[in-house]
Each structure stands twice: as structure tokens, then as C-alpha cells.
Design a protein around this ligand. Structure first.
Ligand SMILES: Cc1ncc(C[n+]2csc(CCOP(=O)(O)OP(=O)(O)O)c2C)c(N)n1
Ligand SMILES: [Mg+2]
Length: 320
């Protein structure tokens, strides 16, 4: 571990993954009743988000995609304000005008969330160049999917970042799905990490369902970017447990592959590991689960009670 990295309390990582799961489970339930608009959840990918975000410094900047709840919550976003945003309420982080797909949270260094697949990749070099020119300490972390890696913007972004020596950590969450298309049908190779070599960019693939492995690989990659000022790529090998968005019957999913990944649930893996080596007791595990459930109940009540934005808000904070 690099010298300046404080040790992270293992139950803290478990608690963050539980919070992400509880938040997205509430969204699934709310969208089934029509109370919450259906969003893209990251259920099954919590270790990837929590592992990477915990390797970052407060000054680092984040660009992310449409599956961003884990990134935002692990970064410290308030679940009530996030849910309010998804529900279009004025108390949301962007006054209810971005929903889950375009949210940005300046105070957390979350520059943008993009639902235009690959747009975060186009913008990352510009953000990193600005960091360099302004002599800001933070590196840029850009989350994207395996689908985005198949877009031209991925290759343009890596080329420029390598050429201009920009401090970007590219994090590809390879969850095997690109909307309703399996990565096998869209990628000539299984791993996005192998594509980085063509640009002279160092890359690694890590088991994205093992939060310890993600945290340590992310720390190594972040340390390289920070010390060299150059880009690096981390691919987290994970799986989207639910559909592309809510609702989605997943009739196109191979049941055997799905079952094999459900058996490798990142939260179960980590909870079992902590229980087995005595870093967590069963009552502690139960109280963490209760704690996040009540946080989400408070968040839901806050969002439900929040007003919709006034009509005159429509044209405020937007470019014309
Ligand atoms: C430029 C563009 N093309 C297509 C879409 C429709 N779309 C939304 S998400 C998605 C799949 C993206 O897959 P991936 O990048 O792997 O992210 P994941 O959804 O798996 O997290 C597609 C095709 C879009 N939003 N933007
Ligand atoms: Mg994908």
C-alpha cells in the first residue's frame, strides 16, 4: 500500500456496498409501483464502485456513466438528495433537472454523469488538461462500460491522454452487457485492458466482485497515475445482475451464466470473508444491514416529501 494511504476499516467497505444495494433495491421497488422512474442499477457491481472510489483522494475528479449510483454513494453522496434527484424533486443535487442520468455533484468532485455512451471518455482528456494547466493536485477518474469501449471515443480519448501525458485513470466496468447485447457479440476480445497497450498505456484487469482486490489494484493504478502524470487503465471484471434498466425481464440472458455470477455476489463474498477471519460478527453484520435500511427509509421519506421544482426553474442553469 502506498505510504499516504490510510488503512480502511473493512466493515466500512461492507457498509458502503450494503448502502448501494439498499438504495438501488429501493429504486427497483419504487419503479415497480411507478413511484420512482426506472433507472439503470448497478446491482452486482458494488465492489467495483466501492473499491475504486476508496482508492481516491478528495481532490480527484470523477466522470461517470448511466450506472453511477455506486460511484456517487461511495463518494459520500447523500442518498436522500440522490433519490430526490431521480424523482425529479427540487431538493435533488441538480434541483431535480438531471435525474440519474446527468447528475453532477461539484462538492464531491463528480464532474458529470453521462448517459451518452462514451461521452465521459470524450470529456476526460479536457478535464485532465484543465487540472494540469491549473496545477491542481487531483487526477481524473473516468468510469465507463465495455459498451463504451467499443465506441470511437474510447480510442480517441486514450490516444490523446497518452500523447498529451494526462493524469487519467480509466476504469472500465466490464459487466458483460451492452444494453441487450452480450459483450461476446460486440467485442473482438474479452478484455478491454488488452486494448490499452496499443496506446502505450499500462493496464490491469481485476476481479471486480472482490472489493479487496479492486481496492488494491485501484490503489496501485492511482499511485502510478499520480507519480507519472500519465494515464492508466483498470478493468473490473464484473456482472450486471439485473436488467439494463428497470423494468427489464432479462429474457435475453443465459440463465446459466446469470446463476454463476449470482453465486459470486460481491457483498456475500466480502461478508463471508470478514466473518470467516473474525473481522466481523453476525450481530455486527445484522446491525450494518439495519443501519443502511433505515438510512434508505429516511432518504425515501425525504424525497417523497420534497416538492417538484417550480415552473420558472425549467430554463435556469441550462445553456440556450
Ligand atoms: C451514444 C449512445 N449510443 C447508444 C445509447 C443507448 N445505450 C444506453 S446504455 C447502452 C449500453 C452501454 O453499455 P456499457 O457501456 O457496457 O455500460 P453498461 O450499461 O453495461 O453499464 C446503450 C447502447 C446511448 N445512450 N448513447
Ligand atoms: Mg457493459
Amino acid at each position: 500500500m502506498p505510504l499516504n494511504q490510510p488503512e480502511i476499516d473493512p466493515p466500512h467497505l461492507l457498509e458502503q456496498m450494503l448502502l448501494v444495494r439498499a438504495y438501488e433495491t429501493a429504486i427497483v421497488a419504487g419503479s415497480a409501483t411507478g413511484k420512482v422512474p426506472g433507472t439503470c442499477t448497478s446491482i452486482g457491481q458494488e465492489a467495483s464502485a466501492v473499491g475504486v472510489i476508496n482508492a481516491l483522494a478528495a481532490s480527484d475528479l470523477i466522470l461517470t456513466n448511466h450506472r453511477s449510483a455506486g460511484h456517487l454513494l461511495a463518494r459520500g453522496a447523500d442518498p436522500g438528495r440522490l433519490l430526490a434527484e431521480v424523482m425529479g424533486r427540487s431538493t435533488g443535487y441538480c434541483k431535480g433537472k438531471s435525474g440519474s442520468l446527468h447528475i453532477s455533484v461539484k462538492e464531491l468532485g463528480v464532474v458529470l454523469t453521462s448517459t451518452i455512451v462514451g461521452a465521459e471518455l470524450s470529456l476526460a482528456p479536457g478535464v485532465a488538461l484543465a487540472q494540469d494547466m491549473l496545477k491542481q493536485p487531483g487526477i481524473v477518474v473516468c468510469f465507463f462500460g465495455d459498451g463504451a469501449a467499443c465506441e470511437g471515443s474510447f480510442h480517441e480519448s486514450l490516444n490523446l491522454a497518452a500523447l498529451w501525458k494526462l493524469p487519467i485513470l480509466y476504469v472500465c466496468e466490464n459487466n458483460h452487457w451492452q444494453a441487450f447485447v452480450h459483450r461476446r457479440e460486440a467485442m473482438c476480445q474479452a478484455h478491454v485492458s488488452t486494448w490499452a497497450a496499443g496506446y502505450g498505456i499500462g493496464a490491469r484487469t481485476v476481479d471486480g466482485n472482490d472489493v479487496d482486490a479492486v481496492l488494491s489494484a485501484a490503489r496501485a493504478a492511482v499511485a502510478e497515475v499520480r507519480s507519472s502524470g500519465r494515464p492508466s487503465l483498470l478493468e473490473t471484471w464484473t456482472y450486471r445482475s439485473r436488467g439494463h434498466f428497470e423494468p427489464d425481464d432479462q429474457s435475453y440472458v443465459d440463465p446459466a451464466e446469470h446463476a454463476a455470477w449470482l453465486a459470486r455476489d460481491p457483498i456475500d463474498i466480502y461478508r463471508q470473508r470478514l466473518l470467516a477471519d473474525g473481522r466481523l460478527t453476525l450481530p455486527q453484520a445484522a446491525s450494518l444491514a439495519d443501519k443502511v435500511d433505515s438510512q434508505i427509509a429516511v432518504a425515501q421519506a425525504f424525497a417523497d416529501a420534497s416538492p417538484f421544482p417550480a415552473a420558472e426553474e425549467l430554463s435556469r442553469d441550462v445553456y440556450a
